[in-house]
Design a protein around this ligand. Sequence first.
Ligand code: ADP
Ligand code: MG
Ligand code: MG
Length: 252
Amino acid sequence: MLSIRNLHASIDGTPILQGINLEINPGEVHAIMGPNGSGKSTLASVLAGREEYEVTEGEVIFKGKDLLELSPEDRAREGVFLAFQYPVEIPGVSSTNFLRTAVNQVREYRGQEPLDAVKFLSLMKEKMKLVEIDQKLLSRSLNEGFSGGEKKRNEIFQMAILEPTLSILDETDSGLDIDALKVVSNGVNQLKSKENATIVVTHYQRLLDYIVPDFVHVLYKGRIVKSGGKELALELEEKGYDWIKEEVAGTI
Ligand code: ADP
Ligand code: MG
Ligand code: MG
């Protein structure tokens, strides 16, 4: 589904990603962990196509297409979904209206008929049950005055409606409270299928108690310096990151 090869990216001329290699297959959940400032959010942002990052080398192939050639909007339409780091507030636009527009853009791109109000409503109802979101939340302005937990719930709902092929969840360093953690992880686990994949970016192991990853990668100084199974996350929880820094000292 996704092949990242020798990806290098800079911001304002400063190299941040320095040769990322990663293969993701349908059905897999990959966790990206690593110390603060190692480039985790940069990687998520580069995949989503945020324009402040300049890709200087390497390639990203998503479902056979060169992802880096696509605009952020077209990446979203192709099925890439980035959630969490800085949820935007859109005063005057309800989640419902936002989502109906978004979902119909995706459908148009895929050559499908747009959903009319009735069909959209029934899709909403189905997904509301799945992610346990309240109708009231959906009629409020998008993210305006939402609590942290409500923002997360709303994003998971967006994810449920848009049915992305690749979801990238970037947990902020401030982290999620326990309720938000459960909302996020229940949603992700419910939406998991053989056809889609998830990248969970997290500094701490906590989230991975709820979302069990198939693979864990440690990002350090813009490179993946170690990969393993879910036990690697537990090892990091116990021992921190210093032993990894020592292991790679002198090699990068
Ligand atoms: P992580 O998510 O692993 O904590 P980031 O990807 O946020 O790391 O940051 C990696 C490095 O890039 C850090 O040194 C950070 O200061 C720098 N960086 C990230 N975004 C910006 C930005 N918009 N402007 C300048 N430097 C940035
Ligand atoms: Mg950070
Ligand atoms: Mg980050």
